[in-house]
Design a binder for this molecule. Structure first.
Ligand SMILES: Cc1cc2nc3c(=O)[nH]c(=O)nc-3n(C[C@H](O)[C@H](O)[C@H](O)COP(=O)(O)OP(=O)(O)OC[C@H]3O[C@@H](n4cnc5c(N)ncnc54)[C@H](O)[C@@H]3O)c2cc1C
Ligand code: FES
Ligand code: FES
Length: 476
Protein backbone atom coordinates (compact mmCIF):
# COMPACT_ATOMS: atom_id res chain seq x y z
CA UNK A 1 0.00 0.00 0.00
CA UNK A 2 1.06 3.59 -0.53
CA UNK A 3 -0.13 6.23 1.92
CA UNK A 4 0.40 9.85 2.90
CA UNK A 5 0.21 11.45 6.30
CA UNK A 6 1.75 14.19 8.41
CA UNK A 7 4.35 13.12 10.94
CA UNK A 8 5.25 15.85 13.42
CA UNK A 9 4.19 18.38 10.80
CA UNK A 10 6.11 16.93 7.83
CA UNK A 11 4.48 15.13 4.90
CA UNK A 12 5.36 11.43 4.66
CA UNK A 13 4.79 9.29 1.58
CA UNK A 14 5.14 5.70 2.61
CA UNK A 15 5.07 2.33 0.88
CA UNK A 16 4.37 -0.48 3.34
CA UNK A 17 2.86 -3.93 3.80
CA UNK A 18 -0.91 -3.87 4.58
CA UNK A 19 -0.43 -5.32 8.06
CA UNK A 20 2.44 -3.01 9.04
CA UNK A 21 1.63 -1.35 12.38
CA UNK A 22 2.38 2.28 13.21
CA UNK A 23 4.70 1.62 16.17
CA UNK A 24 7.06 -0.65 14.22
CA UNK A 25 7.20 1.84 11.36
CA UNK A 26 7.93 4.78 13.71
CA UNK A 27 10.73 3.01 15.53
CA UNK A 28 12.28 0.89 12.79
CA UNK A 29 11.73 2.92 9.62
CA UNK A 30 11.38 6.53 10.78
CA UNK A 31 13.96 6.09 13.57
CA UNK A 32 11.69 7.79 16.11
CA UNK A 33 12.41 5.64 19.15
CA UNK A 34 10.87 8.02 21.71
CA UNK A 35 7.62 6.08 21.33
CA UNK A 36 8.16 2.89 23.34
CA UNK A 37 6.97 -0.67 23.08
CA UNK A 38 5.86 -2.22 26.37
CA UNK A 39 3.14 -4.82 25.99
CA UNK A 40 2.35 -4.67 22.27
CA UNK A 41 -1.33 -5.22 23.04
CA UNK A 42 -2.88 -1.88 23.92
CA UNK A 43 -2.59 -2.28 27.69
CA UNK A 44 0.34 -0.20 28.92
CA UNK A 45 0.27 3.05 26.90
CA UNK A 46 4.05 3.24 26.38
CA UNK A 47 3.37 3.51 22.64
CA UNK A 48 0.87 6.40 22.87
CA UNK A 49 0.87 8.91 20.02
CA UNK A 50 -1.61 11.65 19.13
CA UNK A 51 -3.66 11.09 15.99
CA UNK A 52 -5.04 14.23 14.39
CA UNK A 53 -8.04 14.50 12.11
CA UNK A 54 -10.80 17.02 11.42
CA UNK A 55 -13.95 17.02 13.53
CA UNK A 56 -17.44 17.67 12.17
CA UNK A 57 -16.83 21.43 12.20
CA UNK A 58 -13.58 20.98 10.30
CA UNK A 59 -11.41 21.83 13.31
CA UNK A 60 -8.27 19.89 14.22
CA UNK A 61 -8.83 17.21 16.86
CA UNK A 62 -6.03 15.26 18.55
CA UNK A 63 -6.80 11.89 20.09
CA UNK A 64 -4.43 9.62 21.99
CA UNK A 65 -4.12 6.13 20.47
CA UNK A 66 -2.01 3.01 20.92
CA UNK A 67 0.49 2.92 18.05
CA UNK A 68 1.35 -0.73 18.79
CA UNK A 69 -2.01 -1.99 17.48
CA UNK A 70 -2.81 0.73 14.94
CA UNK A 71 -2.44 -0.38 11.33
CA UNK A 72 -0.30 2.09 9.40
CA UNK A 73 -3.05 2.36 6.77
CA UNK A 74 -5.35 3.81 9.44
CA UNK A 75 -3.29 7.03 9.52
CA UNK A 76 -3.60 7.71 5.78
CA UNK A 77 -4.68 11.33 5.26
CA UNK A 78 -4.27 12.11 8.99
CA UNK A 79 -1.65 13.72 11.24
CA UNK A 80 0.53 11.83 13.71
CA UNK A 81 2.30 13.59 16.56
CA UNK A 82 4.94 11.72 18.55
CA UNK A 83 6.86 12.74 21.66
CA UNK A 84 9.65 14.05 19.41
CA UNK A 85 7.27 16.67 17.99
CA UNK A 86 5.79 18.10 21.18
CA UNK A 87 8.40 20.66 22.34
CA UNK A 88 8.86 24.07 20.70
CA UNK A 89 11.25 24.19 17.72
CA UNK A 90 13.98 25.72 19.95
CA UNK A 91 13.72 22.83 22.40
CA UNK A 92 11.61 24.66 25.01
CA UNK A 93 9.52 22.03 26.71
CA UNK A 94 5.78 21.89 26.18
CA UNK A 95 3.70 22.66 29.32
CA UNK A 96 2.88 18.96 29.84
CA UNK A 97 6.58 18.06 29.68
CA UNK A 98 7.47 21.00 31.92
CA UNK A 99 4.84 19.95 34.46
CA UNK A 100 6.07 16.33 34.51
CA UNK A 101 9.60 17.60 35.22
CA UNK A 102 8.50 20.08 37.89
CA UNK A 103 6.34 17.51 39.69
CA UNK A 104 9.09 14.81 39.61
CA UNK A 105 6.68 12.60 37.68
CA UNK A 106 9.23 10.43 35.89
CA UNK A 107 11.77 7.92 37.20
CA UNK A 108 12.97 5.29 34.69
CA UNK A 109 11.09 7.28 32.04
CA UNK A 110 9.88 4.33 29.98
CA UNK A 111 6.22 5.27 30.40
CA UNK A 112 6.83 9.03 30.18
CA UNK A 113 6.50 9.58 26.40
CA UNK A 114 3.12 7.86 26.56
CA UNK A 115 1.96 10.08 29.43
CA UNK A 116 3.23 13.15 27.56
CA UNK A 117 1.13 12.28 24.53
CA UNK A 118 -2.07 11.46 26.44
CA UNK A 119 -1.67 14.65 28.46
CA UNK A 120 -0.94 16.60 25.29
CA UNK A 121 -4.34 15.63 23.84
CA UNK A 122 -5.98 16.68 27.12
CA UNK A 123 -4.08 20.00 27.09
CA UNK A 124 -5.14 20.54 23.48
CA UNK A 125 -8.86 20.29 24.29
CA UNK A 126 -8.52 22.06 27.68
CA UNK A 127 -9.94 18.99 29.38
CA UNK A 128 -11.30 18.90 32.95
CA UNK A 129 -8.85 18.36 35.82
CA UNK A 130 -11.08 16.81 38.47
CA UNK A 131 -9.81 13.51 39.82
CA UNK A 132 -12.45 11.31 38.15
CA UNK A 133 -11.77 12.81 34.70
CA UNK A 134 -8.01 12.40 35.11
CA UNK A 135 -8.44 8.79 36.26
CA UNK A 136 -10.49 8.10 33.11
CA UNK A 137 -7.94 9.91 30.97
CA UNK A 138 -4.89 8.07 32.31
CA UNK A 139 -6.32 4.57 32.83
CA UNK A 140 -4.50 3.37 29.69
CA UNK A 141 -1.05 4.66 30.70
CA UNK A 142 0.69 2.49 33.26
CA UNK A 143 3.67 3.58 35.34
CA UNK A 144 5.49 1.01 37.40
CA UNK A 145 8.03 3.12 39.28
CA UNK A 146 7.01 6.74 39.85
CA UNK A 147 3.52 6.26 41.23
CA UNK A 148 0.55 8.22 40.02
CA UNK A 149 0.31 11.08 42.53
CA UNK A 150 3.02 13.23 40.90
CA UNK A 151 1.66 12.37 37.45
CA UNK A 152 -1.82 13.53 38.47
CA UNK A 153 -0.29 16.68 39.95
CA UNK A 154 1.50 17.29 36.64
CA UNK A 155 -1.73 16.72 34.71
CA UNK A 156 -3.41 19.44 36.76
CA UNK A 157 -0.43 21.80 36.65
CA UNK A 158 0.09 21.53 32.89
CA UNK A 159 -3.10 23.36 32.02
CA UNK A 160 -2.07 26.35 34.12
CA UNK A 161 1.43 26.70 32.60
CA UNK A 162 2.11 29.04 29.68
CA UNK A 163 3.66 27.81 26.42
CA UNK A 164 2.90 25.27 23.74
CA UNK A 165 1.80 28.10 21.47
CA UNK A 166 3.38 26.53 18.40
CA UNK A 167 0.70 23.83 18.29
CA UNK A 168 -2.19 26.27 18.42
CA UNK A 169 -0.49 28.79 16.10
CA UNK A 170 0.34 26.18 13.48
CA UNK A 171 -2.86 24.15 13.61
CA UNK A 172 -4.12 25.91 10.48
CA UNK A 173 -1.26 24.37 8.46
CA UNK A 174 -2.31 20.87 9.51
CA UNK A 175 -5.98 21.65 8.84
CA UNK A 176 -5.09 22.95 5.37
CA UNK A 177 -3.11 19.80 4.55
CA UNK A 178 -5.77 17.41 5.87
CA UNK A 179 -8.45 19.28 3.90
CA UNK A 180 -6.31 19.07 0.77
CA UNK A 181 -6.09 15.32 1.28
CA UNK A 182 -9.82 14.96 1.84
CA UNK A 183 -10.49 14.13 -1.81
CA UNK A 184 -7.39 11.98 -2.30
CA UNK A 185 -7.99 8.65 -4.05
CA UNK A 186 -8.94 5.93 -1.56
CA UNK A 187 -6.26 3.42 -0.59
CA UNK A 188 -6.77 0.51 -2.93
CA UNK A 189 -3.74 -1.80 -2.95
CA UNK A 190 -3.49 -4.40 -0.20
CA UNK A 191 -4.95 -2.02 2.36
CA UNK A 192 -8.27 -0.97 0.86
CA UNK A 193 -10.20 1.91 2.43
CA UNK A 194 -13.40 2.60 0.45
CA UNK A 195 -15.08 5.99 0.95
CA UNK A 196 -18.72 4.96 0.62
CA UNK A 197 -20.98 2.12 1.67
CA UNK A 198 -21.64 0.68 -1.77
CA UNK A 199 -17.94 0.53 -2.65
CA UNK A 200 -17.22 -1.14 0.70
CA UNK A 201 -20.06 -3.64 0.29
CA UNK A 202 -19.04 -4.54 -3.27
CA UNK A 203 -15.38 -4.94 -2.42
CA UNK A 204 -16.00 -7.04 0.63
CA UNK A 205 -18.52 -9.30 -1.08
CA UNK A 206 -16.00 -9.88 -3.88
CA UNK A 207 -13.17 -10.56 -1.38
CA UNK A 208 -14.73 -12.42 1.55
CA UNK A 209 -11.32 -13.66 2.72
CA UNK A 210 -9.94 -10.16 3.38
CA UNK A 211 -9.51 -8.89 6.94
CA UNK A 212 -12.29 -6.42 7.73
CA UNK A 213 -10.76 -3.77 9.97
CA UNK A 214 -12.51 -1.14 12.08
CA UNK A 215 -10.50 0.30 15.03
CA UNK A 216 -8.03 -2.59 15.13
CA UNK A 217 -8.15 -3.01 18.92
CA UNK A 218 -8.87 -6.72 18.49
CA UNK A 219 -7.33 -7.21 15.03
CA UNK A 220 -4.06 -5.43 15.92
CA UNK A 221 -3.34 -8.13 18.48
CA UNK A 222 -3.72 -10.83 15.84
CA UNK A 223 -0.63 -9.24 14.24
CA UNK A 224 1.40 -8.53 17.39
CA UNK A 225 0.53 -11.64 19.40
CA UNK A 226 -0.54 -14.29 16.87
CA UNK A 227 2.06 -13.06 14.35
CA UNK A 228 -0.48 -13.13 11.53
CA UNK A 229 0.20 -11.30 8.27
CA UNK A 230 -2.63 -9.92 6.18
CA UNK A 231 -2.05 -9.26 2.49
CA UNK A 232 -5.53 -7.85 2.06
CA UNK A 233 -7.09 -5.55 4.64
CA UNK A 234 -10.40 -3.72 4.12
CA UNK A 235 -10.74 -0.73 6.42
CA UNK A 236 -14.20 0.70 7.06
CA UNK A 237 -13.11 3.79 9.01
CA UNK A 238 -13.19 6.04 5.93
CA UNK A 239 -16.91 5.52 5.23
CA UNK A 240 -18.60 8.59 6.72
CA UNK A 241 -22.04 6.90 7.06
CA UNK A 242 -20.50 4.21 9.25
CA UNK A 243 -19.18 6.77 11.72
CA UNK A 244 -22.45 8.67 12.10
CA UNK A 245 -24.54 8.66 15.30
CA UNK A 246 -27.98 10.26 15.39
CA UNK A 247 -31.59 9.93 16.47
CA UNK A 248 -34.22 8.85 13.91
CA UNK A 249 -37.47 6.88 14.04
CA UNK A 250 -37.40 6.57 17.82
CA UNK A 251 -33.93 5.02 17.83
CA UNK A 252 -30.38 6.05 18.48
CA UNK A 253 -28.77 4.92 15.25
CA UNK A 254 -25.10 4.14 15.72
CA UNK A 255 -22.87 3.65 12.68
CA UNK A 256 -20.91 0.45 13.17
CA UNK A 257 -17.56 2.26 12.85
CA UNK A 258 -18.36 5.05 15.33
CA UNK A 259 -15.84 4.93 18.17
CA UNK A 260 -16.80 4.44 21.79
CA UNK A 261 -15.45 7.93 22.48
CA UNK A 262 -18.03 9.32 20.05
CA UNK A 263 -20.78 7.07 21.42
CA UNK A 264 -20.16 7.99 25.06
CA UNK A 265 -22.00 11.36 25.21
CA UNK A 266 -25.06 9.82 23.49
CA UNK A 267 -25.04 6.90 25.92
CA UNK A 268 -24.75 9.39 28.79
CA UNK A 269 -27.89 11.18 27.56
CA UNK A 270 -30.06 8.10 27.09
CA UNK A 271 -28.61 5.32 29.27
CA UNK A 272 -26.20 6.60 31.95
CA UNK A 273 -25.52 3.01 33.06
CA UNK A 274 -24.31 2.19 29.54
CA UNK A 275 -22.05 5.27 29.64
CA UNK A 276 -20.61 4.11 32.98
CA UNK A 277 -19.80 0.77 31.36
CA UNK A 278 -18.20 2.41 28.32
CA UNK A 279 -15.93 4.40 30.66
CA UNK A 280 -14.62 1.05 31.91
CA UNK A 281 -14.22 -0.47 28.45
CA UNK A 282 -10.48 -0.58 27.80
CA UNK A 283 -9.13 2.92 28.32
CA UNK A 284 -9.52 6.27 26.62
CA UNK A 285 -6.76 5.20 24.21
CA UNK A 286 -8.72 2.08 23.27
CA UNK A 287 -12.07 3.89 23.12
CA UNK A 288 -10.60 6.46 20.72
CA UNK A 289 -10.23 3.66 18.14
CA UNK A 290 -12.56 0.81 19.15
CA UNK A 291 -16.08 0.47 17.77
CA UNK A 292 -19.41 -1.16 18.53
CA UNK A 293 -19.23 -2.92 15.14
CA UNK A 294 -15.90 -4.44 16.17
CA UNK A 295 -17.35 -5.75 19.44
CA UNK A 296 -20.16 -7.39 17.42
CA UNK A 297 -17.75 -8.67 14.77
CA UNK A 298 -15.51 -10.31 17.36
CA UNK A 299 -18.66 -11.77 18.97
CA UNK A 300 -16.74 -12.72 22.09
CA UNK A 301 -18.83 -14.22 24.90
CA UNK A 302 -17.24 -11.54 27.09
CA UNK A 303 -17.64 -8.58 24.72
CA UNK A 304 -18.83 -5.89 27.13
CA UNK A 305 -21.37 -4.05 25.02
CA UNK A 306 -23.15 -7.16 23.75
CA UNK A 307 -25.28 -7.95 26.85
CA UNK A 308 -26.30 -4.28 26.86
CA UNK A 309 -27.41 -4.49 23.23
CA UNK A 310 -29.40 -7.62 24.15
CA UNK A 311 -31.03 -5.93 27.15
CA UNK A 312 -31.93 -2.88 25.06
CA UNK A 313 -33.46 -4.98 22.24
CA UNK A 314 -31.12 -3.51 19.64
CA UNK A 315 -31.67 -4.15 15.96
CA UNK A 316 -28.73 -4.62 13.61
CA UNK A 317 -28.67 -3.38 10.04
CA UNK A 318 -26.59 -5.92 8.12
CA UNK A 319 -25.15 -5.69 4.64
CA UNK A 320 -23.78 -8.16 2.12
CA UNK A 321 -23.15 -6.88 -1.39
CA UNK A 322 -26.39 -5.26 -2.53
CA UNK A 323 -28.47 -6.97 0.14
CA UNK A 324 -29.32 -4.98 3.28
CA UNK A 325 -31.50 -6.46 6.03
CA UNK A 326 -32.29 -6.03 9.72
CA UNK A 327 -31.90 -8.59 12.47
CA UNK A 328 -32.75 -8.44 16.18
CA UNK A 329 -29.44 -8.67 18.02
CA UNK A 330 -30.54 -11.79 19.93
CA UNK A 331 -30.52 -13.70 16.64
CA UNK A 332 -27.01 -12.54 15.70
CA UNK A 333 -24.89 -14.83 17.90
CA UNK A 334 -25.02 -18.41 16.64
CA UNK A 335 -22.17 -20.15 18.43
CA UNK A 336 -18.76 -19.39 19.93
CA UNK A 337 -17.53 -16.36 17.91
CA UNK A 338 -19.88 -17.35 15.08
CA UNK A 339 -22.53 -14.91 13.89
CA UNK A 340 -25.40 -14.69 11.41
CA UNK A 341 -23.27 -12.54 9.07
CA UNK A 342 -22.33 -14.29 5.82
CA UNK A 343 -18.66 -14.11 4.83
CA UNK A 344 -18.02 -10.84 3.06
CA UNK A 345 -20.85 -9.14 4.97
CA UNK A 346 -20.67 -6.49 7.67
CA UNK A 347 -22.71 -4.69 10.30
CA UNK A 348 -23.73 -1.32 8.95
CA UNK A 349 -25.62 0.17 11.90
CA UNK A 350 -26.90 -0.60 15.37
CA UNK A 351 -30.35 0.79 16.23
CA UNK A 352 -31.11 1.22 19.93
CA UNK A 353 -34.75 2.03 20.82
CA UNK A 354 -34.84 5.29 22.79
CA UNK A 355 -35.77 4.48 26.37
CA UNK A 356 -39.36 5.05 27.48
CA UNK A 357 -39.53 7.02 30.77
CA UNK A 358 -40.23 3.90 32.86
CA UNK A 359 -37.23 1.90 31.60
CA UNK A 360 -34.28 1.38 33.92
CA UNK A 361 -31.03 -0.05 32.62
CA UNK A 362 -28.65 -1.55 35.13
CA UNK A 363 -25.22 -2.94 34.24
CA UNK A 364 -22.82 -4.93 36.42
CA UNK A 365 -19.34 -5.72 35.13
CA UNK A 366 -17.43 -8.23 37.23
CA UNK A 367 -13.69 -8.05 36.56
CA UNK A 368 -10.54 -8.19 38.64
CA UNK A 369 -9.69 -4.53 38.04
CA UNK A 370 -12.00 -1.55 37.64
CA UNK A 371 -10.40 -0.16 34.47
CA UNK A 372 -9.01 -1.82 31.39
CA UNK A 373 -9.92 -5.38 32.32
CA UNK A 374 -11.83 -8.15 30.63
CA UNK A 375 -15.07 -9.22 32.30
CA UNK A 376 -15.54 -12.54 34.01
CA UNK A 377 -19.30 -11.89 33.95
CA UNK A 378 -21.32 -8.97 32.69
CA UNK A 379 -25.04 -8.63 33.36
CA UNK A 380 -27.26 -5.96 31.84
CA UNK A 381 -30.93 -5.64 32.76
CA UNK A 382 -33.63 -3.41 31.32
CA UNK A 383 -36.86 -3.37 33.32
CA UNK A 384 -40.09 -1.48 32.80
CA UNK A 385 -42.27 -1.31 35.86
CA UNK A 386 -44.82 0.99 37.50
CA UNK A 387 -43.45 0.65 41.02
CA UNK A 388 -45.69 -2.36 41.75
CA UNK A 389 -45.54 -4.72 38.76
CA UNK A 390 -42.73 -5.54 36.34
CA UNK A 391 -44.14 -5.17 32.84
CA UNK A 392 -41.12 -6.12 30.73
CA UNK A 393 -37.74 -7.57 31.60
CA UNK A 394 -34.72 -8.06 29.37
CA UNK A 395 -31.55 -9.61 30.73
CA UNK A 396 -28.38 -9.80 28.65
CA UNK A 397 -25.49 -11.76 30.05
CA UNK A 398 -21.86 -12.34 29.06
CA UNK A 399 -19.28 -14.82 30.33
CA UNK A 400 -21.84 -17.52 31.10
CA UNK A 401 -22.08 -19.41 27.79
CA UNK A 402 -20.38 -19.74 24.39
CA UNK A 403 -22.11 -16.55 23.25
CA UNK A 404 -23.57 -13.48 24.89
CA UNK A 405 -27.14 -14.53 25.67
CA UNK A 406 -30.48 -13.51 27.06
CA UNK A 407 -31.46 -15.08 30.39
CA UNK A 408 -34.91 -16.06 29.20
CA UNK A 409 -36.05 -18.15 32.19
CA UNK A 410 -35.22 -15.32 34.55
CA UNK A 411 -36.98 -12.85 32.25
CA UNK A 412 -40.09 -15.08 32.27
CA UNK A 413 -40.05 -15.15 36.10
CA UNK A 414 -39.99 -11.36 36.21
CA UNK A 415 -42.50 -10.29 33.57
CA UNK A 416 -45.92 -9.64 35.08
CA UNK A 417 -44.63 -10.39 38.59
CA UNK A 418 -44.79 -8.01 41.57
CA UNK A 419 -41.76 -5.80 42.15
CA UNK A 420 -40.65 -7.53 45.33
CA UNK A 421 -37.50 -9.15 46.73
CA UNK A 422 -39.13 -12.59 46.42
CA UNK A 423 -39.63 -12.07 42.68
CA UNK A 424 -35.96 -11.32 42.18
CA UNK A 425 -34.88 -14.23 44.39
CA UNK A 426 -36.93 -16.51 42.14
CA UNK A 427 -35.49 -14.98 38.98
CA UNK A 428 -31.93 -15.31 40.32
CA UNK A 429 -32.54 -19.00 41.00
CA UNK A 430 -33.92 -19.43 37.47
CA UNK A 431 -30.85 -17.67 36.06
CA UNK A 432 -28.50 -19.97 37.96
CA UNK A 433 -30.21 -23.08 36.62
CA UNK A 434 -30.29 -21.77 33.03
CA UNK A 435 -26.50 -21.49 32.51
CA UNK A 436 -23.56 -23.86 32.87
CA UNK A 437 -20.55 -21.53 32.65
CA UNK A 438 -16.97 -22.66 32.19
CA UNK A 439 -14.07 -22.45 34.59
CA UNK A 440 -11.15 -20.58 33.06
CA UNK A 441 -8.31 -18.33 34.21
CA UNK A 442 -10.69 -15.43 34.83
CA UNK A 443 -13.16 -17.21 37.12
CA UNK A 444 -14.47 -20.59 38.16
CA UNK A 445 -17.90 -21.77 37.05
CA UNK A 446 -19.18 -21.48 40.63
CA UNK A 447 -17.91 -17.93 40.98
CA UNK A 448 -19.56 -16.95 37.70
CA UNK A 449 -22.91 -18.36 38.83
CA UNK A 450 -22.72 -16.56 42.17
CA UNK A 451 -21.65 -13.31 40.51
CA UNK A 452 -24.48 -13.48 37.96
CA UNK A 453 -27.07 -14.16 40.65
CA UNK A 454 -25.73 -11.36 42.82
CA UNK A 455 -25.75 -8.97 39.85
CA UNK A 456 -29.40 -9.76 39.13
CA UNK A 457 -30.33 -9.22 42.78
CA UNK A 458 -28.44 -5.93 42.69
CA UNK A 459 -30.40 -4.88 39.59
CA UNK A 460 -33.61 -5.85 41.41
CA UNK A 461 -32.64 -3.80 44.45
CA UNK A 462 -31.90 -0.82 42.19
CA UNK A 463 -35.30 -1.21 40.47
CA UNK A 464 -36.94 -1.14 43.90
CA UNK A 465 -35.01 2.04 44.70
CA UNK A 466 -32.82 0.22 47.21
CA UNK A 467 -29.06 0.68 46.93
CA UNK A 468 -28.40 -2.35 49.16
CA UNK A 469 -28.26 -5.66 47.33
CA UNK A 470 -30.74 -8.32 48.39
CA UNK A 471 -29.36 -11.18 50.50
CA UNK A 472 -27.87 -13.94 48.39
CA UNK A 473 -29.08 -17.43 49.27
CA UNK A 474 -26.40 -20.11 48.83
CA UNK A 475 -26.64 -22.09 45.58
CA UNK A 476 -28.39 -25.40 46.25
C1 LIG B 1 -6.20 -3.07 25.93
C2 LIG B 1 -7.54 -3.53 25.46
C3 LIG B 1 -8.60 -3.46 26.32
C4 LIG B 1 -9.85 -3.91 25.91
N1 LIG B 1 -10.88 -3.85 26.79
C5 LIG B 1 -12.09 -4.31 26.42
C6 LIG B 1 -13.16 -4.28 27.34
O1 LIG B 1 -13.03 -3.80 28.48
N2 LIG B 1 -14.36 -4.78 26.92
C7 LIG B 1 -14.54 -5.29 25.66
O2 LIG B 1 -15.63 -5.73 25.33
N3 LIG B 1 -13.54 -5.32 24.77
C8 LIG B 1 -12.32 -4.84 25.13
N4 LIG B 1 -11.30 -4.89 24.23
C9 LIG B 1 -11.52 -5.48 22.91
C10 LIG B 1 -11.86 -4.47 21.80
O3 LIG B 1 -11.47 -3.16 22.14
C11 LIG B 1 -13.36 -4.46 21.49
O4 LIG B 1 -13.81 -5.74 21.12
C12 LIG B 1 -13.70 -3.45 20.38
O5 LIG B 1 -15.08 -3.20 20.38
C13 LIG B 1 -13.26 -3.93 18.99
O6 LIG B 1 -13.56 -2.91 18.08
P1 LIG B 1 -12.56 -2.54 16.89
O7 LIG B 1 -13.23 -1.48 16.10
O8 LIG B 1 -11.23 -2.21 17.41
O9 LIG B 1 -12.54 -3.91 16.09
P2 LIG B 1 -11.44 -4.51 15.12
O10 LIG B 1 -10.28 -4.97 15.90
O11 LIG B 1 -11.18 -3.60 13.98
O12 LIG B 1 -12.26 -5.77 14.57
C14 LIG B 1 -12.62 -6.82 15.43
C15 LIG B 1 -13.40 -7.89 14.64
O13 LIG B 1 -14.67 -7.37 14.28
C16 LIG B 1 -14.84 -7.41 12.87
N5 LIG B 1 -15.57 -6.19 12.52
C17 LIG B 1 -15.20 -4.92 12.74
N6 LIG B 1 -16.17 -4.08 12.34
C18 LIG B 1 -17.16 -4.85 11.85
C19 LIG B 1 -18.43 -4.57 11.26
N7 LIG B 1 -18.88 -3.33 11.11
N8 LIG B 1 -19.18 -5.61 10.85
C20 LIG B 1 -18.76 -6.88 11.01
N9 LIG B 1 -17.57 -7.21 11.55
C21 LIG B 1 -16.79 -6.20 11.97
C22 LIG B 1 -13.44 -7.46 12.29
O14 LIG B 1 -13.44 -8.06 11.02
C23 LIG B 1 -12.73 -8.30 13.33
O15 LIG B 1 -13.01 -9.65 13.10
C24 LIG B 1 -10.03 -4.43 24.61
C25 LIG B 1 -8.96 -4.47 23.72
C26 LIG B 1 -7.72 -4.03 24.14
C27 LIG B 1 -6.57 -4.08 23.18
S1 FES C 1 3.05 -1.12 23.83
FE1 FES C 1 1.73 -1.32 25.52
S2 FES C 1 -0.04 -0.29 24.82
FE2 FES C 1 1.22 -0.30 23.10
S1 FES D 1 8.74 6.14 35.28
FE1 FES D 1 9.28 4.06 35.18
S2 FES D 1 7.46 3.12 34.47
FE2 FES D 1 6.88 5.14 34.81
Amino acid sequence: MRLRFLLNGAVQEVEAHPSRLLLGWLRETAGLTGTKEGCGEGDCGACTVALGDLDEEGALRWRAVNACILFLGQVDGKAVLTVEGVAQGDGTLHPVQQALVQQHASQCGFCTPGFVMTLFTHWWRLGPTDRASLDDLLAGNLCRCTGYRPILDAARAALALPGGDRHRDEAWRIVRQLRAWHDRPPLARGFVAPRNLDALADHLAAHPGALLLAGGTDAGLWVTKDLRDYDHVVHLGEVAELRRIGVADGHLQVGAAATYTDLLPHAQTHWPAFADLLRRLGSELIRNSATLGGNLGSASPIGDTLPVLLALDATLVLRHGERRWTLPVDRFFLDYKRTALPKGGFVERIDLPLPPPDLTLHVTKVAKRFDQDISAVLLATAFRHDGHTIHTARIGIGGMAATPARARSAEARLEGAPLTPATFQGAAAALASEFQPLTDLRASAGYRLEAARAALLQAGAAAMGDEVALPLEPVA
